[in-house]
Ligand binder design. Structure first.
Ligand code: NDP
Length: 257
């Protein structure tokens, strides 16, 4: 037995949605640093090009396929072009996610369009990618789907109702996918706590809110980006070959309370 070898992703092909900044870019770098070819994608072409350079700086291949996960044609092209370029797909990380101001607030004030938008990106988008990736992951020797939810997929968060609905849905649907795809493909979900990214910029600018989050977190701080990469590399790798249908909270103890 050689445990470090189980984490080696050399020869694996990975797609990371929302892989151009924040948590997704950290995940893309984590996968690349352990040897995987990584296709980091998002809607913004210039960000995709920059992310590719970051991935390639780890000595692995990459590919630019700008993709909106709410667009069927885009998503189909993402997986087709990746498989054509590299001969298959082994790992898919559904990380693209949004939580815009139009979807925040007390339930009675939430804008219906904001609600639908969040559900379409965070939940339907991840499911759409899983559907399009299914055949490729099924052909892999170690196919692994990893969906990025949130502590809001496990417990309630005030004033974030569409986001919480989308993330609870993502936790549930990942477990269901794991059942349907076993024993060929593993499917797991990661639930991060608060991380310093663009998504949480407004929260962090508000001193009272930021401090209340730190006070609520047993580890007493926001997560560093790199602290999300390792758990995803684990779930992508053979080190997790007997792990499917599970939700891994990476939340500094937030959901232990
Ligand atoms: P960021 O806002 O920093 O990055 C989001 C990424 O998703 C960007 O690359 C963005 O690129 C992309 N994206 C957004 N919409 C779409 C779309 N329709 N199609 C394709 N790509 C899209 O977010 P974080 O890094 O903070 O969050 C990443 C994931 O982690 C999300 O799912 C989020 O819910 C989750 N999470 C984050 C936490 C945090 O504290 N930051 C805590 C818990 C969970 P572009 O806009 O150019 O398309």
């Amino acid at each position: 037995m050689n445990v470090p070898d189980q984490f080696d992703l050399s020869g694996r092909i990975a797609v990371v949605t929302g892989g151009t900044r924040g948590i997704g870019l950290a995940i893309a770098e984590g996968l690349a640093s352990t040897g995987a070819t990584v296709v980091p994608t998002s809607r913004t072409e210039s960000d995709v090009e920059a992310a590719i350079q970051t991935v390639e700086s780890h000595g692995v291949d990459s590919l630019a396929v700008p993709t909106d996960v709410t667009d069927d044609d885009d998503v189909r092209a993402l997986f087709e072009q990746t498989a054509d370029a590299f001969g298959g797909i082994d790992v898919v990380v559904n990380n693209a996610g949004v939580n815009p101001a139009s979807a925040l607030g007390r339930p009675e004030n939430v804008d219906p369009e904001g609600y639908d938008f969040v559900l379409d990106v965070n939940l339907r988008g991840a499911f759409r990618c899983a559907q399009e990736a299914a055949a490729y992951l099924g052909e892999s020797d170690g196919g692994s789907l990893i969906n990025i939810a949130s502590v809001g997929g496990l417990v309630g968060l005030p004033r974030q109702h569409p986001y919480v609905a989308s993330k609870h849905g993502l936790v549930g649907v990942t477990k269901s996918i794991a059942l349907d795809w076993a024993p060929d493909v593993r499917a797991n979900v990661v639930a991060p706590g608060y991380v310093a990214t663009e998504l949480t910029a407004e929260v962090r600018e508000n001193d009272t809110l930021r401090q209340s989050i730190v006070d609520r977190t047993p580890l007493d701080r926001f997560a560093d980006l790199a602290e999300l990469a390792g758990p995803v590399v684990f779930l992508a790798s053979d080190a997790a070959s007997y792990v499917t249908g599970t939700c891994l909270a990476v939340d500094g103890g937030w959901t232990a309370r």
